[in-house]
Design a protein around this ligand. Sequence first.
Ligand SMILES: C[S@@+](CC[C@H](N)C(=O)[O-])C[C@H]1O[C@@H](n2cnc3c(N)ncnc32)[C@H](O)[C@@H]1O
Length: 206
Amino acid sequence: MIKFKHYKFDDIVSSSKKKTSSGRNAFFHMKEYDFLMTRKNPNVLEFGVALGYSTCVFINAVEKTGGFLYSCDIIDCGDRVIGSGKWKFIKCDDRNVNVIMQSGRIKKFDLIHIDSFIDYQKSNSHVIELLEKWSKYLVKGGIITVRGVDNTPYKKGGRKENYRKALMYERVHEGIETFLEDNKGLFKAEFLYGSVGMAYLIKLKD
Ligand SMILES: C[S@@+](CC[C@H](N)C(=O)[O-])C[C@H]1O[C@@H](n2cnc3c(N)ncnc32)[C@H](O)[C@@H]1O
């Protein structure tokens, strides 16, 4: 039995069919869910748990497919999910590969989801560092998803105008483009827009 403190999976499923900003965000996560449902015993690694929206979606997928979810956050989010033997929470910085990899027996993941720290640095940004560090722990055919590639709502005159957030999400998009440029042919990328957007990077080769 999976019980969440903050979200209900059925609500996320219904929301994903609505043409609202939160519906768009739910749709992005349901796309990850649909991908996991095509895999046998998929292993998932997520960075950034907070109240566990993405965690709720991933656990529902791994419970049904015989997979396992590792979730990492610098704050203690270990009590967000009650009653799943398919979940392990790791309190750690997401750049700490050794600690995270030693927390379980998984060597490679089917899906790695990035939704943690965003910085403002144009070069060597957190997202580039994560993509460089973690792409080798993804199976061929697996996906890395990165939340926050659309800054439209935060731009000047936008629905939620906010200079800092507009810059942050621009940096995430730039970071992914830089990584793809530096690793040509390794991934096929798809950027989806609306809400704050999501990038899907499909690994083409080891
Ligand atoms: C946007 S929230 C995550 C939202 C979550 N994915 C969801 O769907 O509800 C970002 C989270 O990243 C965590 N975080 C920030 N920097 C981090 C880092 N370096 N390593 C791991 N987690 C980090 C924060 O503590 C915060 O809980």
